[in-house]
Design a protein around this ligand. Structure first.
Ligand code: ASP
Length: 591
């Protein structure tokens, strides 16, 4: 071995020992008579000190020839430091070297290998192997490793088997576009990469496996955002002979155990909220419940006072920002600008300050006297010192805009602390949603159609099955999402295991019998051979890591991520392929 210890290991009790450590040169300080080298590896930094007048010429010459990021090995005696450093775990000691070996030289890195680097995102991604040497990046990947190990431990104890499912498959309907792979041996035919192992895990249940999990790569060709990658990892799970309650309890256990073992945090029992309530009180199917600030519908209270904006609105809805009555005109103008941004889309913002002296002043005083405003305050449970914010307009749009405003107020009032975790389930999602859009994920030629809100294998609530024909939009599913701090961490459902119900579902989604047979015949056939009742879920592993790691960007928790255009700028992919390869694959590119 080229080392007896790591660079993070030596302490005061090692003083007097002769050791060898290896690593990268973090920095060199040459004061003439004294020369220091900071040597770094994955575990830490150890200081090497050379008294140039007493040390051999060889050692001094080698030390003076070193540059940043050279790879060296140092043997010598551990001594107690004269001036100790509490910034380093090894800060009590240093090494007086007998021998320094240069294992490799290095050219000057394009950015500093420090916790706070001068490298921008693009540069860091291009030289990701250098970025990986930085503490924050390494710590993120260590956290990811811990979470994976703890997940496996937890599920293994419950008899879950980790089974690998194939990557070269056929389209799985998770609602995104597929990445496809041409088949050389079957010219003109393509595999699809899995958007998830959904159908395979269901087939594992038919195969009697009972409890399956996999920490697995999934691929979705979607427009990218900060929290999306074209390839990402799921903790994917399925169980047989269960009902929704069993799944929620099992995976609530997983989440709590991960927080406990990895973060040392006790998460209370997860609360549950129906989709309908989430939309009504938070305008959002993944509400951040670290703070209250629930929506209050005001139609009955504000209409009929000749204020046209409210009178014409389908919905008038307010939130009460506790303790924000002192907001300045400038702050309120900022909020108005915020809600008017095109992505938010409100036409304006009405506010009322409930001043600490008990008076209420609103931005619509012309239409509402103090007595009326007191009614608003009562409806909203506002106290002196609070600020009431109101939006009005078309129902869905207004809820959506209010949801953004609520989150913005949460940020401004410091109610969204990254180290506080509010985890809960959203249940009773609608089975279907109607969409006008047509793209390559649509079925058939027609425009608007019903889409599965989760996916087509999700079971309707038994008590709602009767509505499938008369009012499909009202059918609720046995589907659930896990939400942490306003982020959807994952979701799943109880599946349909009856062939006829599955066929009916496909037909509702616009598949002809033949199309359903061609795409999912294998699953429907399997359902003829005794499919057990089953259900499951998947958690987005990268997101879970970033959330637990207190970051917004999942990229920082992936060793080699893609950038916002889906490129790996380090290996320069995607890239063109040679004509010969195209010919072999029977692919002609459009000129
Ligand atoms: N396959 C689903 C997904 O990727 C999860 C599930 O239903 O188990 O969202």
């Amino acid at each position: 071995m080229l080392r007896s210890h790591t660079c993070g290991e030596l302490r005061i009790n090692h003083v007097g020992q002769t050791v060898t450590i290896s690593g990268w040169v973090q920095g060199i300080r040459d004061k003439g008579s004294l020369l220091w080298i900071d040597l770094r590896d994955r575990y830490g930094i150890t200081q090497i000190t050379i008294e140039t007048e007493n040390a051999s010429k060889d050692i001094v010459d080698i030390a003076r020839s070193l540059g940043r990021e050279f790879v060296i090995s140092v043997s010598g005696k551990v001594v107690e430091r004269y001036s100790k450093s509490d910034k380093l775990e090894t800060g009590d000691i240093e090494i007086n070297p007998d021998k320094i070996t240069i294992l490799n030289t290095a050219i000057i890195p394009p950015f500093t290998i420090e916790d706070e680097t001068d490298g921008g995102d693009d540069l860091r991604m291009k030289y990701r192997y250098l970025d990986l040497r930085r503490n924050p990046v390494r710590k993120n990947l260590e956290l990811r490793h811990r979470l994976a190990i703890e997940t496996r431990n937890y599920l293994d104890k419950l008899n879950f088997l980790e089974v690998e499912t194939p990557v070269l498959i056929k389209s799985t309907p998770e609602g995104a576009r597929d990445f496809v792979v041409p088949s050389r041996m079957n010219p003109g035919e393509f595999y699809a990469l899995p958007q998830s192992p959904q159908t395979f895990k269901q087939l594992l249940m038919v195969g009697g496996f009972d409890r399956y999990y996999q920490i697995v790569k999934c691929f979705r060709d979607e427009d990218l955002r900060a929290d999306r990658q074209p390839e990402f990892t799921q903790i994917d799970c399925e169980m047989a002979f269960v009902e929704q309650e069993d799944i929620l309890n099992t995976f609530e256990g997983l989440v709590r155990s991960l927080f406990k073992t990895v973060k040392g945090i006790d998460i209370p029992t997860l609360s549950r909220m129906t989709y309908a309530d989430a939309m009504k009180y938070y305008g959002n199917d993944k509400p951040d419940i670290r703070f209250e600030m629930k929506f209050v519908e005001l139609n009955n209270i504000v209409k009929g006072q000749n204020f046209k904006v409210f009178d014409d609105a389908q919905l008038v809805v307010g939130i009460c920002a506790k303790g924000a009555a002192e907001y300045t005109r400038k702050q309120l103008d900022e909020l108005t600008e915020f809600v008017k941004r095109p992505q938010i889309g409100a036409t304006g913002l009405v506010y009322a300050r409930y001043n600490s002296d008990g008076t209420i002043k609103s931005s619509v005083d012309k239409f509402y006297n103090e007595e009326e405003l007191k009614k608003w305050a009562a409806a909203m449970n506002a106290q002196a010192g609070d600020l009431i914010l109101i939006l009005a307009g078309e129902e869905n749009k207004t809820r959506k805009a209010m949801s953004e405003l609520r989150l913005e107020m949460g940020n401004r009032l410091g109610l969204r602390d990254k180290n506080t975790f509010a985890c809960h389930w959203i249940i009773d999602f609608p089975l279907l949603e109607f969409s006008e859009e047509v793209d390559s994920t649509s079925i058939g030629e027609t425009g608007g159609r019903w889409h599965a809100k989760h996916h087509p294998f999700t079971s309707p609530k038994p008590e709602d099955i009767a509505l499938l024909d008369s009012d499909p939009g009202a059918v609720r599913a046995n589907a659930y999402d896990l939400v942490i701090n306003g982020v959807e961490i994952g979701g799943g459902s109880i599946r349909i295991h009856d062939k006829n119900l599955q066929a009916k579902m496909f037909s509702l989604l616009g598949f002809t019998k033949e199309e359903a047979q061609a795409q999912f015949g294998f699953l429907m056939n399997a359902f003829e051979y005794g499919a057990p009742p089953h259900g499951g879920l998947a958690f987005g592993f990268d997101r879970l890591c970033s959330l637990i790691g207190g970051a917004d960007v999942i990229r920082d928790f992936i060793a080699f991520p893609k950038n916002n255009s889906g490129r790996d700028v380090m290996i320069n992919s995607p890239s063109p392929i040679a004509q010969a390869q195209l010919d072999e694959l029977a692919i002609a590119l459009k000129k």
